[in-house]
Write a new protein. Structure first.
Length: 350
């Protein structure tokens, strides 16, 4: 513990001693749920041996275990990434003693940042919920929806409308959120200039990408980034490629490839923005690997791969951390997933 404390102190000192700036940085946090090295390799070898992640300026590796299990779930790993503490599988935004912890999104919000979440799952699913919920169970979806309504997040995009207006308690939370404008199409989302927007892309879970899910994640990101930029304030944007994980639970290579290709396009859009807006950091990682995927055959010439799976559940493999833009060098090395929060917090509190 002493060694870790010294290392963190040295890290924080290096952050504060480097180039100073007066403008707070933008943060784009991207999570490919269930995305390990094999999943990245699958999309790369299926795309003429190229992935936009090759543009990353620095690469690291993250340990993913939860407090009580070598193999984490998305709630515990989401809490580690969002709030810098290890907790129990199934728990959101609470430490080992069930005390609430503040997420990097909430810290950013309280510093005057604009905040946004875009996911391809329901908006109350474990990974996005880890950034605003304090719950002993990731499955308390109605309560998580209520927490989102009070979170102050400026823009949120994802499925799960049912948890807001078709609830057991008969409340219509959408009607209660009087400060928000709710839109039901990409055109309406693009054209509104409201500071608080809710965009439900599905009543329940959004469909799979290869079955025609729209709007695309990269289009949503590009529109959202332009909106965030228009307010002339720093922002924190969380993006999750949620269904990478679902494809791997199904051990379905076609499903996986469609989700990974969409996530690649989302990375490209985010990196393009950071390249033009130098005060922006993009961090791309995963909460865990799913499926124990291995590429066992294929063809570079034909851009095809053959994948075998050792599991239909999560695994304890380390996952990659890619970074691009402002202070991206701080994400190199091998470290616990909680340190991603530590690094982001140090950057925005310079």
């Amino acid at each position: 513990m002493l060694k870790k404390s010294i290392l963190i102190t040295l890290f924080l000192s290096s952050i504060y001693s480097c180039d100073q700036q007066t403008e707070s940085p933008n943060i784009i946090m991207m999570i490919g749920d269930g995305m390990g090295i094999s999943q990245v390799s699958t999309s790369m070898y299926s795309s003429d041996n190229y992935t936009p992640l090759e543009r990353s300026e620095f690469v690291g590796l993250s340990k993913t275990h939860s407090l009580d299990d070598l193999v984490t779930d998305s709630a515990a790993s989401g809490t580690a990434l969002s709030s810098g503490v290890k907790t129990y599988n199934g728990v959101l935004g609470l430490d080992k003693d069930y005390n609430p912890v503040k997420s990097i999104l909430e810290i950013s919000r309280d510093k005057g940042y604009m905040t946004a979440i875009i996911v391809t799952s329901t908006i109350v699913h474990a990974t996005p919920a880890a950034y605003f919920s304090k719950s002993k169970s990731r499955y308390e979806y109605d309560n998580i929806a209520d927490e989102l309504s009070k979170s102050g997040i400026n823009f949120f995009v994802g499925g799960g409308e049912r948890y807001f207006n078709d609830r057991d308690d008969k409340r219509d939370i959408i009607n209660e959120m009087v400060d928000y404008e709710f839109v039901n199409s990409m055109e309406n989302y693009r054209n509104t200039d409201s500071k608080n927007i809710g965009f439900f892309t599905a009543y329940d879970d959004p469909i799979e990408k290869y079955l025609g899910r729209e709007p695309s994640l990269d289009d949503l990101i590009e529109v959202t980034l332009q909106k965030l930029k228009s307010f002339n304030k720093p922002f924190f944007l969380l993006i999750e490629g949620s269904q990478i994980d679902w494809a791997e639970h199904d051990n379905d290579p076609e499903y996986l490839l469609s989700e990974m290709l969409e996530f690649d396009a989302a990375v490209e859009s985010s990196y393009n923005f950071a390249e033009k807006n130098k005060n922006t950091l993009v961090v791309v990682t995963a909460d865990h690997e799913t499926g124990g995927a291995s590429i066992v055959d294929g063809s570079l010439e034909e851009s095809i791969t053959k994948t075998e799976y050792s599991s239909d559940e999560h695994t304890a493999e380390m996952v990659p951390v890619y970074s691009f833009g402002y202070n991206s060098s701080y994400f190199t090395g091998v470290y616990d997933n909680t340190e991603i929060f530590d690094k982001l917090k140090a950057i925005i509190e310079k």
